[in-house]
Design a protein around this ligand. Sequence first.
Ligand SMILES: [Zn+2]
Length: 301
Amino acid sequence: MAEKIVRNTEKKAAEPAKKAAEPAKKPAAARKPQTVITPNKPTGGSTVGLRIGAVLLWIVAIVCEVFAIMAITKNFVIRFTHNGDTNMWIAFIGFVVLDMAACITAAQLWKKANHIKPMSEKRGKFLFYLWNELGVIMACICFIPLIVLLLKSDKLDKKTKTIAAIIAAVALLITGAASADYHPISAEQKDEAESQINGDVYWTQFGHKYHLKYNGDPDAEQVAVDCPYIRESSSVYKGSVTEAIESGRTAICSYCAAHAADWGINLNLAELNVEGGTASENKDQVPVVNTTAAPTVTGGN
Ligand SMILES: [Zn+2]
């Protein structure tokens, strides 16, 4: 269940006189309507189900990989067809697509589990990377043996080999790209965000960061009440920082981080995940964003 609040745009249209009388607020009145969505999902909890689901789907993907090899070498497809080549290709492509679907779905479950229960940074960078990018590693396992076997096969003619290997390579690239976690978070960073940020945070459908400041009032002086990076979005999601992280928004927006103090929110940025990476790596960048974007900020709250 999700609560949706749609801004009343008719109200704005009914007050043209007010707008004309207040030219200073014209940009605010011209603002696009935004929908505020409050996801009502339980957060935290066990990640065992997600991880078991991911592993099972990776096994399904490997089975599909084996079937794809059997299809292209006509190991079994030939037995139920009188049109071998056409059905060979249908079966091969079908199993490659199933392989992709299982692999990509598994990686999404795995990433979700990692955002709910992230790994500690203390286990070392290499293990942290392996754990978070297991989706990419599994994508390689689910496609590279297929590609190697295709290229090495002496049963297949050159044309069949080449076409099948290209199909498998494209599938590998798509699966790898969809399986990578581009914004991983560590247990320490999640704990810090949860302990430092108590109120609601906001995020957009396609953004990967969460924001601190959103009022959404079309008649208000925008810069004082909203982070500019969510002002143009048609939908704004609202929830706790835990919900934001579990939805994949693992880093705080650098603009919001730089302006938190102006908004009366005290943050220890050195400990927070600002724009991906560790906050300590990024903290020097924050004042840069501040100086370029700050002139429009007049404070607030
Ligand atoms: Zn922001």
